[in-house]
Each structure stands twice: as structure tokens, then as C-alpha cells.
Design a protein around this ligand. Structure first.
Ligand code: GAR
Length: 212
């Protein structure tokens, strides 16, 4: 079983979508071994406790990022986490963190990257006037919202949308995208060519090819 470590800062709806997908058997052979928050009052943390999952609060407390991250890495290792999922984790990771988990940290971002990285991506999309935005699940590298893209889902911007309405429709797609991206990555059925995530033909597809 692959153990997932979840990092969050707030509401935790993406974390819950992942946990529900595991419970439904939609993500094969995986379990959440630890949920870590940098904010003690994060509702996502309370939701994790309510589900009986191990949780930890590791705050910045005026420390350097690398010090906080060293504590997070130690906690993830203690719980045997192999794939790290940032689920509304609103702090940048230190280079040391990224190096500790090469191609094993995923993030979800509420825009079609590389458009609108950083904070308030939905507001940025509205202000720019795009017709289509969406969400992106990507591997985390040492630059903000930049690593190899695993999966994107588009969301149209509708006339009369405000930030709340658009964010809610993007969030629905996030809850589909994140479990699907995790399942794809855990299947190991992909390669990365330059920056491109390339799904390998599935075993069944290649069998069908042989039969033809
Ligand atoms: C989500 O919309 C996620 O994409 C976004 O924060 C929200 C967290 O919601 N993340 C970022 O903006 C990261 N740059 P949640 O706590 O309910 O999952």
C-alpha cells in the first residue's frame, strides 16, 4: 500500500475528496498515513481527526522555512509517507523539501497553469477576462506552481460570474481532478519527457494491440 502524506492550511475539501476516493476504491492500494497543517485552526485538520487519521500541526512560529520544513519532513518520514499531496497548503516549500521527495510531491492549483500562478488564481482569471480557466494538478518543483503537469480540467467563465461562483465551479472540478491524478501517478504508468507527462499505453491496450 502506498502511504500518502497530506499537507493543508484551511478548509480541506480537496483532502476530503482524496480520502473519499480512497474509501470508494477509486485510488487503488493507497492510504493516508498523516495529515499535517501549518495552522492549528484549519477545518481540514478537524475533519482529518474526525475520520480517525493521524494529524500534526507544524507551524512556522517565526522560524525559517527550512527549519519548519525539516520538522515536516521528519514527521512525513515517521509516518512512512511516500507521495505527498499539497491540498490547499498555502506555504512555499523549501528547496530541501523538494529534493527530499523527487517527483513525489503533488499540488493542486485553481487555474490552468501556467496562467495565474500564486494567490487568488480565480480572481486573477476574472480580472484578466479569460473565457476558460480551470484547475491543474502538477508535480512540485523548486519554482512556484511550475512543475510537470499531470492533469488539467477546464472550467468556462460565465457571464455574471463573481469570484465565489467561479471558485465553486472550479472546486467541483478539483475534487474530480486530484483523486484521478493521484491514481494515475500511483499506477506508475507514465514517463516524463522534458516537461511533458506522457501516459503509457495501458497493459490492456497493449494486449488488444497484440491480438489485432
Ligand atoms: C483550492 O481551491 C486549491 O486549489 C487552492 O486552495 C483551495 C484549497 O481548498 N490552492 C491554491 O491556491 C494553491 N496555490 P481546500 O482547502 O478546500 O482543498
Amino acid at each position: 500500500m502506498t502511504r500518502l502524506g497530506i499537507l493543508l492550511s484551511g478548509r480541506g475539501s480537496n483532502f476530503l475528496a482524496i480520502a473519499d476516493a480512497i474509501d470508494r476504491g477509486q485510488i487503488d492500494n493507497a492510504g493516508i498515513s498523516i495529515v499535517i497543517s501549518n495552522r492549528a485552526e484549519a477545518p481540514g485538520l478537524a475533519a482529518a481527526r474526525a475520520r480517525g487519521l493521524a494529524t500534526a500541526v507544524i507551524e512556522a512560529r517565526g522560524r525559517k522555512r527550512a527549519e519548519q520544513d525539516a520538522e515536516i519532513i521528519a514527521c512525513l518520514r515517521e509516518h512512512g509517507a511516500e507521495l505527498i499531496c499539497l491540498a490547499g497548503y498555502m506555504r512555499l516549500l523549501s528547496p530541501e523539501f523538494v529534493v527530499a521527495y523527487p517527483q513525489a510531491i503533488l499540488n493542486i492549483h485553481p487555474s490552468l497553469l501556467p496562467a495565474f500562478p500564486g494567490l487568488d488564481a480565480q480572481r486573477q482569471a476574472l480580472q484578466y477576462g479569460v473565457g476558460i480557466t480551470g484547475c491543474t494538478v502538477h508535480f512540485v518543483d523548486d519554482q512556484l506552481d511550475h512543475g510537470v503537469i499531470v492533469l488539467q480540467r477546464p472550467v468556462p467563465v460565465l457571464d455574471g460570474d463573481d469570484e465565489a461562483a467561479l471558485s465553486a465551479r472550479i472546486l467541483e472540478q478539483e475534487h474530480i481532478a486530484y483523486p484521478e491524478a493521484i491514481a494515475r501517478v500511483l499506477s506508475g504508468n507514465y514517463t516524463i519527457a522534458d516537461r511533458r507527462y506522457v501516459a503509457r499505453a495501458s497493459h490492456n491496450a497493449s494486449l488488444l494491440e497484440e491480438i489485432k
